[in-house]
Design a protein around this ligand. Structure first.
Ligand code: AMP
Length: 432
């Protein structure tokens, strides 16, 4: 068969893997609610300018990775539909758009939002790097104090603790300064790297003109010795930014959250100011190994609305977290097994069986049933495989009498019971 496969960089998450996703979602939902964050569901596509303006025209995401959308129809005239929609590559830009569109500035500040869902980037797929991947996003908007940076990092950390990953991961942290020191940082870095221009990789030569901070996170071997001698951003911060960063670190010390000061951390999105952080597996410095990242973005909202509104947030890459949970054999809560398996023999029994599926599921129990199968043996095999606690067996006689045989699959005992008393008896048996 030709073309029967998922698009490059996308993948199916099969039923057998859902236990991991359910575990992750449960931990996340519990923790974000405990920290007072409210869920928001954002559109999967937006006008592309929402992303290009927020993320920055010279970032990889905007330059190379945005998926545009168009209508696949011959009837669409050229100029119609030039709205330039794009699939979201991350969530902060959409969250900020929603904050402004719905007048959240007039709500009690800070506004705490979280969301979860697929993001799309046109990347070269490899293990841990997909074109469709899923993120948890958290945004705390309207509060500029270092304590709110610490609160958001604490939430991130507590999620990792509850996932059983606290000994496996570490947080890299840096400060990128703000608009008062950014020009000086850029100028100092540009001056430094220009001296080595001809020895830099081609990406860095280009970035030297467009985005000199990004030279600090280049992974090319030839750029490493040059990077090693580069001025450090923290030394170029003004007093306020220095003080802010110092306070954040003190809070993290107080909370016993492990971190590494990483002077090369700049993040791939332009909107960050001051604190920037990333989580990675301990001992793993590959680029596609970052499990999540975030930081402060105090200038982003003012860029759209004239009113400066500080904010801080992070995104966790859920696909990579699942990989880490799997490779570390983290013990998951056992998945819920079905309570009841219904086995029917013959046509009348099949009809009665479907009525019982309706009655039993309405009473709140889980049922496995294979109404297409006729043989007792085949259906018993399904019941045992599903590890149901009880089987309800219905033959012609039972169907006519409106009764069922309840077989306890743990001790093998069985009894016949009328439909009228079935739910009551199931309740007793299943709570034994
Ligand atoms: P970012 O929005 O670039 O800060 O990314 C936040 C997190 O999302 C990263 O740390 C990764 O865990 C995850 N992520 C980003 N891009 C991809 C991708 N192409 N495939 C899988 N996960 C990704």
């Amino acid at each position: 068969m030709k073309n029967i496969q998922s698009a490059r960089g996308t993948r199916d998450i099969l039923p057998e893997d859902q236990v991991y996703w359910d575990f992750l979602s449960n931990v996340i939902e519990k923790k974000v609610s405990a920290f007072g964050f409210d869920k928001i569901t954002l559109p999967i596509f937006e006008d592309s300018s929402i992303f290009t303006r927020a993320i920055g025209n010279t970032t990889d995401i905007v330059e190379k990775e945005l998926f545009g959308l168009s209508r696949l129809s011959n009837l669409v005239k050229d100029d119609e539909d030039k709205a330039q929609l794009a699939l979201r590559p991350e969530g902060t830009a959409g969250a900020v758009r929603a904050y402004l569109e719905h007048g959240m500035a007039s709500w009690t500040q800070p506004v705490r939002l979280w969301y979860q869902g697929p993001m799309f980037r046109y990347e070269r797929p490899q293990k841990g790097r997909y074109r469709e991947f899923r993120q948890l996003g958290v945004e705390l908007i309207g509060e500029g104090s270092p304590a709110s940076d610490a609160l958001v990092i604490l939430l991130l950390w507590e999620i990792l603790v509850d996932l059983g990953l606290k000994d496996k991961v570490i947080i890299d942290i840096n400060s990128l300064g703000d608009k008062n020191c950014r020009a000086r940082i850029k100028q100092t870095l540009t001056q430094y790297f220009t001296k080595f221009k001809k020895n830099l990789c081609t990406d860095c030569q280009r970035r030297l003109e467009t985005n000199p901070l990004r030279l600090l996170d280049c992974k090319e071997a030839s750029c490493q010795p040059i990077k090693a001698g580069a001025p450090q951003i923290v030394d170029l911060l003004d007093d306020e930014c220095k003080q802010h960063f110092q306070s954040v670190l003190e809070y993290l010390d107080e909370l016993n959250i492990p971190y590494d000061l990483n002077r090369y951390l700049v993040r791939g999105l332009d909107y960050y100011t001051r604190t920037a952080f990333e989580v990675r597996e301990i001992g793993d410095n590959r680029r596609q190994s970052s499990l999540g990242g975030g930081g402060r973005y105090d200038e982003l909202i003012g860029f759209y609305s004239q009113k400066e509104t500080p904010a801080v947030g992070f995104a966790l890459g859920l696909d990579r977290l699942i990989d880490l949970i799997k490779t570390n054999n983290i013990k998951l809560p056992s998945p819920k097994k079905p309570d009841v398996c219904i086995i029917q023999i013959g046509d009348i029994a099949r009809r009665f069986a479907l009525c019982l599926v309706q009655e039993i599921t309405r009473a709140g129990y889980n049922v496995v049933t294979t109404p297409g199968k006729d043989s007792l043996k085949g259906q018993m095999r399904v019941a045992n495989k599903a590890q149901a606690k009880v089987a309800l067996i219905i033959g012609q006689k039972e169907a006519l009498d409106k009764s069922v045989i309840i077989k306890d699959l743990e001790d093998g005992s069985q009894e016949t019971i009328t439909q009228k008393n079935l739910i009551k008896r199931l309740k007793e048996k299943l709570s034994e």
